[in-house]
Design a binder for this molecule. Structure first.
Ligand code: DGJ
Length: 692
């Protein structure tokens, strides 16, 4: 019997699904785009594998939901129990298909168990990113222990995986591991996407680098904690599964995964990264202010020590540096003089603000800045009026371990959400506020999807009623960064580390998924508050200028020279942000491991800027040529080193870019690369290129 087949594809990739004997579909091909004349049934037939001694008589497919009932030899796509606790072993059969130009909804049922499995896949034109979701519906009450978003096989030549870990102030750490027999499982039970578990995976070959090679990149768009399984079966096949963190799924008849975003790249990690960047910017984030404003955030200037006159003076100086938004951070509400009290009491602190926030807001607005404010809505301190009146609103047992001295509110409760909505909406309605920094400073005591759904519902309600208010997702820095939260927020606070050297690495890795327009990056104090390191203004300012620029130091600490540098870089950023905030961030493969470099290439290819930071002293004494990427080999580009005055006296030679501009072909830039002047460690070169 001929298989049913489906094709989703564009000029970057093809995905071919086949359903044999009405069983669940499997991806019989996913990779470089197939020619239009490809015969899909032949391709499906060609996918049959052999069997030999020591095997079952038919290899269970890695279908989009591998079934235990097929004697599948690895992690299955669905595990659950009926009301009596018996394991569910469905055998799904094809029921219906809905095929649209770029999407496919396939419904499979098991009539004995009265279950339906809905597989919803689409490929967004323009960004070439798949969005894939699995839904399970049951006529009877059941318990689901695991439901995977559509499952994919990773081809045999893709032997490595890059996964993400991290910690506070060191988000987006990447680790390259070989696939090996058995399963690599990440079960993020923190209840948030978390510093330690960014929900992404890149499967690649041993040769894949930023600019060439094959990669399959995945991101699970969910803020409540995910589970990932990257498994090599005993027979050598490899599969990747993503779903909600275990034990977090509730409901009795309908269960859905979050969307899994995925793409195949034949053009290295950058090929996948630009699809995530563009898709996030153009299809996930809604309502981001344009042009992206320059921030000022007062956290590292004053912490909890709010004084109206001091804040006004800081705002005046921030405006003078070029800030366009002033964010009043933690400490303005309740009796919050440190982090032991007041979360939950969202009234303005009359001791600090006897006339409310209006005098500060009026001052900020008169300077021409937008006013933003900090909330941490999902949290509660025991030392708060809210806790004294509603201890029953706390999520989990009261004797749980505290995190930053705080507890979590049960966001699944309607009354909790209504209370928070009333507090936040009153603050927004009574004050001229254009921005919320929405924080989340501890992991959850229990993992439950209902908590995340409750948060989403609250933000959605606020966004509907205050559509002009932009929201930044923060969780002790980058503890809640994912496409789920970014469907309802417009910026992420990537890290609490404002140390520019640490930022260089974090920004670089985060660009595998995040565009510049959503990624907040601030010029911190001269001596970093989280690393103790002292760094120069040039590196600090240019590092922040690689993303959505902001300032977070006390501007009164700045020397005249630092002010001059910061103003110049901010002026440059404002002059370039229109194209830069829509540019592709292409990570460069620097031959010197001490260099972190990226090239931001305008959508129309007419211009680019390269940022090349030297994190520590190089091993070789000469600067190694830096090869660019993504250019038209035949076109000529005019190259200028825009901060060449930063070359130190110890640079005694005459590399061309130190003196003048260079006109060369794209081929030269990509094949040979740029020779840059010698420099000190902890410095950055900024190079502009214009197509002639
Ligand atoms: C953690 C955030 O990451 C910081 O930027 C700051 O907002 C503090 N919380 C405030 O408590």
């Amino acid at each position: 019997m001929q298989a049913k087949t489906w094709h989703l594809g564009d000029r970057h990739q093809s995905l071919v699904l086949a359903s044999f004997a009405d069983g669940l579909p499997e991806a019989v091909y996913w990779g470089a785009p197939l020619p239009a004349h490809e015969d899909l049934p032949s391709l499906a037939a060609a996918s049959a594998t052999d069997v030999t001694g020591g095997m079952v008589d038919r290899n269970a497919p890695i279908s989009l939901c591998p079934e235990a009932s097929q004697t599948f030899p690895g992690q299955v796509g669905l595990t659950g129990r009926d009301a009596e606790g018996r394991a569910l072993l469905p055998r799904f059969r094809f029921k219906s298909e809905t095929v649209s130009e770029h999407g496919l909804i396939l419904v499979y049922t098991d009539s004995d168990l009265e279950l339906s499995l809905v597989l919803d896949l689409s490929l967004t034109p323009g960004t070439s990113l798949f969005r894939m979701q699995t839904r399970l519906e049951s006529a009877r009450e059941i318990t689901v222990d695991w439901l995977a978003a559509p499952v994919f096989q990773v081809p045999a030549h893709i032997g490595d995986m890059i996964e993400f870990s991290g910690r506070w102030c060191a988000e987006f750490q990447t680790r390259r591991l070989p696939f090996a027999p058995g399963a690599r499982t990440r079960d993020n039970r923190t209840g948030r996407s978390d510093h330690a578990h960014f929900p992404g995976l890149i499967a690649c070959s041993g040769q894949t680098c930023n600019t060439s090679g094959e990669a399959y990149a995945f991101h699970y768009g969910w803020s409540g904690g995910h589970r990932m399984v990257a498994e090599q079966l005993a027979d050598g096949r490899r599969q990747v599964q993503f779903g909600h963190a275990s034990a977090s799924m509730k409901g009795d008849r309908s269960f859905s995964t979050a969307p899994l975003y995925a793409t195949y790249s034949g053009a290295g990690f950058n090929g996948a990264a630009v699809r995530f960047q563009r898709h996030l910017r153009d299809h996930i984030v809604v309502g981001a202010r344009q042009p992206r404003p320059v921030h000022y955030n007062c956290w590292e200037a004053v912490y909890f020590d709010h004084d109206l006159e001091e804040l006004k003076a800081i705002a005046t100086r921030a405006a003078g540096l070029g800030a366009e938004r002033f964010v009043l951070d933690d400490g303005w509400f309740g009796l919050r003089d440190d982090d032991t009290s007041s979360l939950g009491d969202w009234g303005i602190d009359n001791r600090k603000y006897p006339d409310g926030l209006t005098p500060l807001i009026d001052h900020v607005k008169a300077l021409g800045l937008e006013f933003g404010i900090w909330f941490e809505p999902e949290m509660i301190n025991e030392d708060s009026d809210l806790f004294r009146s509603r201890p029953d609103w706390v999520l989990g047992p009261l004797d749980q371990v505290r995190g930053r001295q705080q507890l979590v509110l049960d966001m699944a409760r309607e009354d909790v959400r209504a209370y928070l909505y009333d507090c936040i909406s009153a603050t927004l309605a009574q004050n001229d506020i254009g921005y919320i920094k929405w924080d989340h400073n501890r992991v959850l005591p229990v993992v439950d999807a209902a908590q995340t759904e409750g948060v989403y519902a609250l933000i959605d309600r606020l966004r509907a009623d205050f559509p002009h208010v932009e929201i930044e997702s923060c969780a002790s820095g980058g503890g809640r960064i994912d496409f789920g939260i970014l469907e309802r927020t417009q910026r992420v606070w990537l890290s609490d580390s404002n140390d520019a050297l640490e930022r260089q690495r974090i920004q670089h890795e985060a660009a595998l998924f995040l565009p510049a327009s959503v990624t907040g990056s601030h010029v911190g104090p001269r001596v970093s508050h989280t690393s103790g390191r002292t760094l120069g203004m040039t590196l600090r300012a240019w590092t922040a200028a690689q993303r959505n620029l902001g300032f977070e130091m006390d501007p009164r600490e700045l020397s005249d020279g630092e002010i001059e540098t910061l103003k110049a870089v901010t002026g440059w950023w404002k002059a370039n942000r229109d194209w830069m905030m829509r540019a592709d961030i292409l990570r460069l493969d620097a031959s010197d491991p001490a260099v972190v470099a990226e090239q931001q290439l305008a959508g129309d290819g007419t211009r680019f800027v390269v940022f090349a930071a030297l994190l520590r002293a190089s091993d070789p004494i000469l600067q190694q040529p830096l090869r660019l990427t993504g250019l038209d080999a035949d076109a000529r580009y005019r190259i200028s080193l825009i901060n060449r005055e930063d070359a130190p006296g110890l640079s005694r030679g005459a590399p061309l870019l130190k003196e003048k501009e260079l006109d060369v072909s794209g081929q030269y830039l990509m094949s040979h690369g740029l020779i840059l002047p010698w420099r000190f460690p902890e410095t950055i070169w900024v190079i502009e290129g214009h197509r002639q």
